[in-house]
Design a protein around this ligand. Structure first.
Ligand code: ZN
Length: 444
C-alpha cells in the first residue's frame, strides 16, 4: 500500500477508486453493500471539479481519466461547524479564561475594547485558515450583538470575510443578544440587520439571563417578541439554551411551547441544553416529546461544556455537562455537534477542526456502538439544519469536496489525529497548511 500522502490527486478530473465512504456521507444513499461499520467501497468519478458518478467499486465504466487508488481508505465529505464564535476567538494569551461562565462574560466584555476592524479581521481570518485546511467547508458563527459594536465593527468584518472566503468556507451569521433587547428598538434593528445580511436571529435564554432578572414568565413574553421579530422578516432562529447545572430556569420546554404557541414557521436551533441531562427522567422524556412536536433542531458543544461545567477550584468535576444526545437522536431529532468557542475567554483550546471535535464527542457521549451513529452529527445533520445544500455529503452533480484519510476503518479514524488528511475541494488538493500562530502576534 502506497503512503497516503503520495496519492496524486490530479487537477480537477480523475477516477478515485476503492474509496471507503461512510454511507451517511453519500447523498444518494449507500452505493452497494456496506461493511461492518456502515461504509461503502466505491469508485468516484470527478470531472472538472464536480462529482460525475459514484458506483460500487469496480463498476465504473472504462474511462480515460487518470486513476487515483484510495486502497480502501476512508473518504469523508467535508465537515460543517454550525456553532462557533469567530468574533471573540484567538485571543489567548491576551485573555486568560478562569474556567467559569461568569468569567467568560466578564473577560469577553473587557476584550471587546480591542475589537477594531483590523483586530477582528485578523482573528477571524486565522480561524478560517484553520477550518479550511482541516476540511471544514461551512461555518455558522454567532456574533456578539451589542448595539454599539455589531453594526460598526463585527458585522462589516463578517460581510467582508464572507465574500473573501465564499466557496472555501461558506459563512453564516447569527446576531446573538440577550432576549431582553426585543423589548427595545435595538431588537428590531438587529433583526433588520440579520435579514439584510442573510443571517439568523440569535438569543440567550439560559440562566446567564438571570443576571438581568429574567424569570420564567418574563421568558415566555420575551420568546414571543423574539419569534415575532423573526417571523416578520422570515428569519430562522438559533438560541443558546440552558448552559447551567440548575433547573431553576429550564428554558427548553418553554421554547418548545413558544414555537408551538406562535406556530413559528422558521427553523429553530437550540444549542447546549445541558440542563436537560439533570432533569428527572419523566421531565426529560416530556421535554423531548415537546421538542419533537415543535420540530426543534439541536446542536451540542461538548468540548467547552466539559471544560466549563461543574468546575470548582481544586475539585474534580462530578458530571459531564453535556446534553442527552442519544435520547434526542433516538427520538428522531437532528443533533449536530459544533466546536463553539475557540481560544477565547470561555475556552482556551480548539483549532476549528471538526474531525477533532467529532473524535472527542464519540468519547464524551459514548457514541461508539456504532461510531457511524456519530458521523452525521458533523456533516449531514448540520448541513440540513443550516441549509448548506450539498455540503456535508458527497453528491453527484455537486463540487468534488471531500477528505481523504489515511485510516481505512472508523476505528482507525478515531485513534489518530488524522493530521495527514488530504482535503480536496472542487477536485483539487488543498495545499494551504495551517496558519502559524505568529500570524496573530500583531494583535496580541
Ligand atoms: Zn456558543
Amino acid at each position: 500500500m502506497a503512503s497516503h500522502k503520495d496519492l496524486g490527486v490530479p487537477e480537477g478530473s480523475f477516477l478515485l477508486t476503492r474509496a471507503r465512504v461512510p454511507a451517511c456521507f453519500l447523498a444518494g444513499g449507500p452505493a452497494g453493500a456496506t461493511d461492518a461499520e456502515g461504509s461503502c467501497l466505491v469508485d468516484i468519478v470527478v470531472a472538472n471539479g464536480v462529482v460525475d458518478g459514484i458506483v460500487p467499486s469496480g463498476q465504473a465504466s472504462a474511462t480515460d481519466l487518470p486513476t487515483v487508488d484510495a486502497e480502501g481508505r476512508q473518504v469523508w465529505a467535508t465537515l460543517i461547524d454550525m456553532h462557533t464564535h469567530l468574533d471573540k476567538g484567538q485571543v489567548i494569551p491576551r485573555a486568560t479564561p478562569d474556567g467559569t461562565l461568569e468569567g467568560g462574560v466578564r473577560l469577553t466584555m473587557a476584550d471587546r475594547k480591542r475589537w477594531t476592524h483590523e483586530d477582528i479581521a485578523a482573528r477571524m481570518r486565522f480561524a478560517l485558515k484553520c477550518a479550511y485546511s482541516h476540511g471544514v467547508s461551512t461555518i455558522r458563527t454567532h456574533l456578539d450583538s451589542p448595539e454599539e459594536w455589531l453594526p460598526r465593527r463585527s458585522l462589516p468584518v463578517f460581510r467582508e470575510l464572507r465574500s473573501e472566503w465564499a466557496g472555501k468556507v461558506d459563512l453564516q451569521a447569527v446576531g446573538l443578544a440577550p432576549l431582553s433587547i426585543f423589548k427595545t428598538d435595538w431588537g428590531n434593528t438587529l433583526a433588520d440587520l440579520m435579514a439584510e445580511s442573510g443571517g439568523v436571529l440569535g438569543g440567550v435564554t439560559d440562566a446567564l439571563g438571570v443576571y438581568e432578572g429574567l424569570a420564567d414568565e418574563a421568558l415566555d413574553g420575551l420568546l414571543d417578541l423574539f419569534l415575532d421579530a423573526a417571523t416578520d422578516r422570515g428569519l430562522d432562529v438559533d438560541l443558546h439554551v440552558d448552559q447551567t447545572e440548575s433547573l431553576d430556569l429550564f428554558a427548553l420546554p418553554r421554547i418548545a411551547a413558544a414555537v408551538m404557541r406562535k406556530k413559528f414557521k422558521g427553523r429553530v436551533v437550540v444549542g447546549h441544553c445541558v440542563s436537560l441531562a439533570l432533569a428527572p427522567e419523566d421531565v426529560a422524556e416530556r421535554t423531548i416529546r415537546m421538542a419533537v412536536d415543535a420540530g426543534l433542531h439541536f446542536v451540542t458543544l461538548p468540548t467547552p461544556m466539559v471544560y466549563l461545567q461543574d468546575r470548582k477550584p481544586n475539585r474534580t468535576p462530578r458530571w459531564r455537562g453535556v446534553t442527552l444526545a442519544h435520547e434526542l437522536l433516538d427520538a428522531g431529532l437532528k443533533v449536530a455537534i459544533g466546536g463553539d468557542n475557540c481560544r477565547d475567554a470561555w475556552f482556551p483550546f480548539g483549532d476549528h477542526d471538526m474531525l477533532d471535535t467529532l473524535q472527542q464527542s464519540v468519547r464524551i457521549f459514548q457514541l461508539d456502538n456504532p461510531i457511524a451513529k456519530a458521523l452525521p452529527m458533523a456533516g449531514p445533520m448540520p448541513s440540513d439544519i443550516v441549509g448548506a445544500g450539498h455540503q456535508g455529503r458527497i453528491a453527484v452533480g455537486a463540487p468534488a469536496d471531500f477528505i481523504l484519510l489515511s485510516a481505512r476503518t472508523l476505528n482507525e479514524a478515531m485513534c489518530r489525529p488524522q493530521a495527514d488528511r488530504i482535503v480536496v475541494r472542487n477536485g483539487r488538493r488543498v495545499t494551504e497548511t495551517l496558519p502559524d500562530y505568529a500570524e496573530l502576534d500583531a494583535v496580541m
